[in-house]
Design a protein around this ligand. Structure first.
Ligand SMILES: Cc1cc2nc3c(=O)[nH]c(=O)nc-3n(C[C@H](O)[C@H](O)[C@H](O)COP(=O)(O)OP(=O)(O)OC[C@H]3O[C@@H](n4cnc5c(N)ncnc54)[C@H](O)[C@@H]3O)c2cc1C
Length: 221
């Protein structure tokens, strides 16, 4: 979806736009169409700016759609998204995307807001036996950490790149995966984050014996 076309989107109202951490927000609006966990929506505040894509971070059963986003200070859309208040209008596309087939006992590897599709899959009870390895710079960027800790227990691993040693693994997800002694090449791996993170993680998994066809990815370019 490169431009807004009449019929591709609806004008909706923001229900809430909560700041979770400096520069990080959870935006909610009413669900107008069913979706599958892992899908995305295009968002905008006017048709003058091309649509930007956001993974849905809520349960398939929820009446509201949630989207996790970080503000890019020099970006076009996110500085405007961060100013939205309840009741403000927003352009929302129908859900789309094919990052939706999660096999059992998956290993989810996410950086930053890339955790969103996995939160949706877990909240929707689409997977069993999941492990989630999430990378963030500081503890406040481990979104939904209370829910994830309760749901996954020791299979929820936080990799905190700028934390002091303590309750987190200190380092990036790639360093964690490099030395992870429970890494099982027979599981299916699902990666979500920036191009750099996905490329680096994929190469590392292959170097540790994971067959390429067991590695799936959603790239936030
Ligand atoms: C499938 C998919 C899912 C995504 N899901 C999420 C999500 O759940 N949460 C989330 O936060 N983001 C997500 N993204 C990223 C999101 O779509 C936006 O790219 C992001 O929010 C930035 O939008 P923006 O308009 O604020 O910034 P943009 O205006 O797009 O700019 C982004 C950055 O690129 C730089 N830039 C822009 N134009 C140029 C240029 N011509 N040359 C060099 N640099 C340039 C800007 O300075 C800025 O730093 C997803 C992307 C994809 C493809």
């Amino acid at each position: 979806m490169k431009a807004w076309k009449e019929g591709d989107y609806r004008l909706q109202q923001v229900i809430s736009n909560t700041r979770l951490a400096p520069g990080a927000f959870l935006l909610k609006f009413r669900k107008q169409f069913d979706f599958s966990a892992g899908q995305i929506v295009a968002l905008g505040v006017s048709t003058d700016i091309e649509p930007r894509f956001y993974s849905i971070a809520s349960s398939e059963e929820d009446e509201l759609i949630s989207v996790l986003y970080t503000e890019k200070p020099d970006g076009k859309l996110t500085p405007m998204l961060s100013m939205l208040n309840p009741g403000n209008p927003i352009l929302v596309s129908k859900p789309f995307g094919a990052f939706t087939s999660f096999k059992s006992e998956p290993v989810f590897v996410a950086a930053g807001t890339g955790v969103a599709p996995f939160i949706s899959a877990l909240l929707s009870n689409k997977v069993r036996g999941a492990t989630l390895i999430h990378g963030a710079p500081y503890p406040e960027y481990f979104y939904f950490s209370d829910y994830l800790s309760e749901k996954l227990g020791r299979n929820y691993i936080q990799c905190c790149s700028r934390c002091m040693p303590g309750s987190h693994y200190v380092g990036r997800v790639t360093s964690y995966l490099l030395q992870w002694d429970e890494l099982d090449p027979n599981r299916n791996y699902y990666l979500c984050g920036s191009t750099e993170m996905v490329v680096e993680t994929r190469s590392l998994l292959i170097s540790r014996g994971v067959p390429p066809d067991r590695i799936n990815a959603e790239i936030y370019f």
